[in-house]
Design a protein around this ligand. Structure first.
Ligand code: FAD
Ligand code: UDP
Length: 366
């Protein structure tokens, strides 16, 4: 055998594991089907602007070990994500906080905001929220739900809010202070040189083959490594034998605007009504406080995944959880292949969770 590990996917999970394995003296080969490393956190340098090709990526964590870990590979800036939401001709701050409530109801104090939300929630009589709609309504009441959540969520997931799990909306902070920070985490930022440079640093001691699909590659290279670490989608690995898992895919319409240096005044603007077919517009330069005389924006359109598309978000509803459990049972019978990362574990993981998962596995394995 030529390698200790064959790592499928040069995304964050694959790169962290490759780094740890190389440090432990193991020989790794990484195969990546795309023409570049870094998976979905890939950033492309376009005349000094780091374009987040697969959507806005803001690193945030409360896990000190993970924060120290990533800081070995990159210097992070002090970007704080504070998206703005547009609902028809109204504009609100996110996440749901005193700035949002003050604009909605023309009030000033937390007591006033709490009283309004409380009076709206009481009428609903929801004791145990069973789905995203009930969870959202019972947290923030109908005013916020109908203007800032319902239609955005339907665009994002292509499903009725009653059919989605409650945990999705619990990702968002709700606070009664004038604080527009989208995350509650202790640490936050974006690599100053872009995510691709960070992942490059992680992979510096591994061999990487780009434009290489594992399923093609393995036909001619069976037995090339003692173990495989697979970070692609788990259903594809088992040839969709129980049928495909559901994913949401995303299409980005990216535009360079040469005669404009500041298109929307913020890195992320969410469009929360059905009026616009896209969910959000990202203006990439603001992630790095760019001063270029031009700008680059991406409109983000969400779509149901079909074969041939990139899977982005696992759809963690009850049907797919059941289907995933069947694939997981197959995976557990394989001690020659380990399944990891967002697609391998079919979990809506943020970057810090993916790193923690890869480090935990590396600690057991190496
Ligand atoms: P991936 O990055 O998907 O890497 C898997 C790699 O495997 C890919 O490069 C793929 O091409 C390759 N691969 C798959 N199949 C094969 C095959 N058969 N052969 C060869 N290669 C293969 N997280 C945050 O913390 N903050 C954010 O702001 C944030 N924003 C996000 C926005 C969007 C639109 C999305 C979709 C995700 C966001 N995330 C965010 C989550 C973040 O992208 C993931 O946590 C992280 O990228 C997962 O890394 P991974 O290695 O598991 O997967
Ligand atoms: N969400 C919403 N309105 C918004 C932003 C988010 O209703 O303006 C909901 C939506 O259901 C989304 C979830 O909150 O899927 C999580 O949002 P987040 O921004 O964390 O999603 P991601 O960046 O992972 O797409």
């Amino acid at each position: 055998m030529l390698y200790d590990y064959l790592i499928v996917g040069a995304g964050l999970y694959g790169a962290v594991f490759a780094h740890e394995a190389a440090k432990a003296g193991k020989k790794c080969l990484v195969v990546e089907k795309r023409p570049h490393i870094a998976g979905n956190i890939y950033t492309e340098d376009v005349d000094g602007i780091h374009v987040h090709r697969y959507g806005a990526h803001i690193f945030h964590t409360s896990n000190e070990e993970v924060w120290n870990y990533v800081n070995q590979f990159a210097r992070f800036n002090n970007y704080i994500n504070s998206p703005v939401a547009v609902y028809h001709d109204e504009l609100y701050n996110l996440p749901f906080n005193m700035n949002t409530f003050s604009k909605l109801w023309n009030i000033k104090t937390p007591a006033e905001a709490k009283a309004i939300i409380q009076s709206q929630i009481e009428k609903l009589n929801i004791t145990e929220p069973k789905n995203l709609e009930e969870q959202a309504l019972s947290l923030v009441g109908p005013d916020v739900y109908f203007k800032l959540i319902k239609e955005y969520t339907e665009k994002q997931w292509g499903r009725d809010c009653k059919e989605l799990p409650a945990f999705i909306i619990r990702r968002l902070p709700l606070r009664f202070t004038y604080d527009n920070n989208y995350f509650n985490d202790r640490y936050q930022g974006i690599p100053e040189e872009g995510y691709t440079a960070m992942v490059q640093e992680m992979l510096k001691d591994a061999e990487v083959l780009l434009n290489t699909d594992y399923f093609e590659f393995i036909k001619g290279h069976a037995g090339i490594a003692k173990k495989t670490i697979y970070t692609g989608n788990i259903d594809a690995f088992f040839n969709f034998c129980y049928g495909p898992l559901a994913y949401r895919s995303v299409r980005f319409e990216t535009e360079r605007i040469d005669d404009c240096d500041n298109y929307q005044g913020n890195a992320v603007v969410n469009y929360t009504s059905h009026e616009q077919p896209f969910t959000r517009i990202i203006e990439h330069k603001h992630f790095n406080f760019g001063k270029q005389p031009f700008t680059i924006i991406s409109r983000e359109y969400s779509a149901e995944w079909k074969p041939g598309m990139e899977p982005y978000y696992p759809v963690n509803d009850a049907t797919n959880a059941e289907l995933y459990a069947k694939y997981k049972a197959l995976a557990d019978q394989r001690d020659d292949v380990i399944f990891g990362g967002r697609l391998g574990a079919y979990k809506y993981y943020d970057m810090d969770k993916v790193i923690a998962e890869a480090l935990n596995f590396a600690a057991q394995e190496l």
